[in-house]
Design a protein around this ligand. Structure first.
Ligand SMILES: [Zn+2]
Length: 206
C-alpha cells in the first residue's frame, strides 16, 4: 500500500494491529475518523487510554472491574459455594445474560495452548486452587469452550484439585464441539448450566 502521508500510514499501521483488522479495513476506519468531528476521535482515544491506565481486575475472580472486588463477588445475593470457571470476561457477560446462574466466577484469562505458547503459569490457575483451599467453594463448574485447548485446561485444573474437597462439573452442551461460549444463545447456555454434569462423567464420555 502506497501512502501519500506518513501520518496516515502510521495510523493505518496501528489500527491494523487489532485482531481481524486488515490493512484495507484499517484504512477505511482511519479515513472514517478523519471525516468525523475531531472531538469523536478524541473521545475514542481518551476512553481507550483511561481504560488502559485505570483498568482493575477483581482480587477474587479476576474479572475486569472498577472496584477492588467486582459487583458479582461483592453481592450478598450470590451463592458463594458455586464457582464457574471461564476463559474471559465475555463468558461472564454471556452467562450473566442468561439470568440462570447465581454463583460466582473465576476468570482464567485464557486457556492452555502449547501452539500459542500459553502454559498453565500464564493463566490465573494458582489463585483458583488457593480459592478452593480456603474451603468455601463446594463446586467448580468448568465452562470453557469445548475445544482441545478448553478440554486440556479443564483436565489440568481437575488434576490440580486432587485431594481437595470440591465437586467438579462441566456445562452440558447443546452446543457443538468447537463453538465458543460467547456465541451460544441465552436459552441454550442457561439450560446447559442448570443441566451440568459431573466432570468425571464428561471425561469418560470423551
Ligand atoms: Zn469478582
Amino acid at each position: 500500500m502506497d501512502f501519500s502521508s506518513k501520518l496516515l500510514e502510521n495510523a493505518v499501521y496501528e489500527m491494523s494491529q487489532l485482531p481481524g483488522i486488515g490493512k484495507r479495513t484499517a484504512l477505511r476506519l482511519v479515513l472514517h475518523l478523519l471525516k468525523q468531528p475531531e472531538q469523536q476521535t478524541n473521545h475514542l482515544v481518551e476512553a481507550l487510554s483511561k481504560l488502559r491506565n485505570e483498568v482493575n481486575f477483581c482480587k477474587t475472580c479476576n474479572n475486569i472491574s472498577d472496584t477492588e472486588i467486582c459487583e458479582i463477588c461483592a453481592s450478598p445475593k450470590r451463592d458463594r459455594t458455586l464457582v464457574c470457571v471461564v476463559e474471559d470476561i465475555r463468558d461472564v457477560m454471556a452467562i450473566e445474560s442468561t439470568s440462570q446462574y447465581k454463583g460466582l466466577y473465576h476468570v482464567l484469562g485464557g486457556k492452555i495452548s502449547p501452539m500459542e505458547g500459553v502454559g498453565p503459569q500464564d493463566l490465573n490457575i494458582v489463585p483458583l486452587i488457593n480459592r478452593v483451599k480456603q474451603g468455601e467453594v463446594q463446586e467448580l463448574i468448568f465452562a470453557l469452550s469445548s475445544t482441545m485447548e478448553g478440554d486440556t485446561t479443564n483436565f489440568y485444573i481437575y488434576k490440580q484439585l486432587e485431594g481437595l474437597k470440591v465437586a467438579t462439573s462441566t456445562i452440558a452442551r447443546g452446543i457443538s464441539v468447537g463453538d465458543e461460549l460467547e456465541y451460544a444463545d441465552e436459552v441454550t447456555l442457561g439450560r446447559s448450566i442448570l443441566n451440568r454434569i459431573p466432570f468425571e462423567n464428561a471425561i469418560k464420555a470423551s
